[in-house]
Design a protein around this ligand. Sequence first.
Ligand SMILES: Cc1cc2nc3c(=O)[nH]c(=O)nc-3n(C[C@H](O)[C@H](O)[C@H](O)COP(=O)(O)OP(=O)(O)OC[C@H]3O[C@@H](n4cnc5c(N)ncnc54)[C@H](O)[C@@H]3O)c2cc1C
Length: 465
Amino acid sequence: MDLITMQTLQTDFIQEPARSVPVVKQADVLVVGGGPAGIMAARAAAESGLSVSLVESRGFLGGNLTIGLPVLGFLDQRGRPIIAGLPQQFMDRLRRRGAASEHRPCPLHISLTLVDAEAVKAVALELLLEKGVDIHLHTFFASPILDGERVCGILTESKAGREAIRARVVVDCTGDADVAYRAGVPCEKGDARGGLQPPTLMFAMNGVDTEKLRLSLSREPKNYVADIIPPEYFGRNRQYIVVGLRRLIAQARDQGLHLPTERVIVITGLRPGEVWVNMTRVKGVDGTDPRSLTHGEIEARRQIETLVKFLVQYVPGFENSQFTRTAPFLGIRETRRIVGRYVLTREDILGCRRFEDAIAVGSYPVDLHRPHDSDCTLEYCGDSYDLPYRALVPQRVSHLLVAGRCISTTHEAMAAIRVMSTCMALGEAAGRAAALAVREEIGPGEIDVAVLRAELRRRGAYLNG
Ligand SMILES: Cc1cc2nc3c(=O)[nH]c(=O)nc-3n(C[C@H](O)[C@H](O)[C@H](O)COP(=O)(O)OP(=O)(O)OC[C@H]3O[C@@H](n4cnc5c(N)ncnc54)[C@H](O)[C@@H]3O)c2cc1C
């Protein structure tokens, strides 16, 4: 300890002493990150009877499924189900507990499925524990273990200090491509100017008269205008997302309120009177930099008081409502994306492109919370598009797959594939691919994708054609 202190005084860097790290586990498949993609990847791999470990930095599973968001995109733009298999089984379990809604079509969001965050945490654990997945919570991925360009496991950091887990295949579901990036996989971040979609700290309110809100939208469309969604929709639907009411924002700004967004975004909860508000917004935050993240958390929390005041004073139905709680962490929309064997583009999405190595189907539009102003771009393809396996396979490094929002796409395509239904389907595909690779004793980049596609179909996943 004295030695480290001395060195710190002398230079800006310190040399960490070399140390022996205990190997606490040897797994066939190791999944890093227990969000929508990671839960599915771990379950899928474990269904093949392999030994599977999962490392998650938080004390619960679920990732962004636990921050008050609805799951978007189970249906396509024509109202047909396009996400099946394990993600649907997960939703079915939630529904049996009264903890998820039906998949409700929505003109703006294609489809929304409300979920209860606490039930998500419990059901995710249940899904993995019943298949014998070895779960490590409160454990942070620190560094990959590499043998040349082959990933052989990871080092973790936790209250127990540094430990190692060896694995035959690693699946990076961190959302930030932490494993891939540290292993030397080429990664990109943001748009051409490095701009990232801004993060949002979700918060909940109760005592909201959600009936009054929707009826105001349906009966007074001149006063209360939603983006894209027609007034009749609100006349028919009791569970919904309102995006818009821009005139109210402008009015409040004229009267001196400093609001961080151009649009109201509120989501009805599963419980009567509860809504989740998606309106804090902090520009310029980089979710891979802890100092930037700290600024984001502080600034977003600061915005809430004004947003609550705005909702109560200006938005119908909120007159007698109260702020109840924030989500457990700042929601990060975008950080790194790997550069894989194929980079999915906006043109692929908008052109409804099909791929021979398709392992999932998406339909959610390019929904870009623009990095450099306070608004959003929405672009629809009118149907659905394929997600190719090659976008999960990193360049340069072997025995590693990536699933979830950080697969290989452009900035614009990522704004479409980032929804949680798609991330879950990608996770299932990655888990089944990892299992195939382990069985055949090859890297996941070498598997026969036709076999993977057949396996996905056999297990109930939806693929086009
Ligand atoms: C504000 C906001 C609103 C959104 N709205 C919607 C919406 O309404 N509907 C929708 O479907 N999608 C929405 N999205 C997008 C969606 O939530 C994400 O793109 C999606 O959750 C990504 O899934 P994932 O599994 O890749 O990552 P995540 O959900 O981020 O999960 C990653 C997991 O990995 C863990 N992890 C990360 N790094 C490490 C590490 N180093 N060591 C160990 N564990 C680690 C994390 O703790 C987390 O549990 C929204 C996103 C945001 C931020």
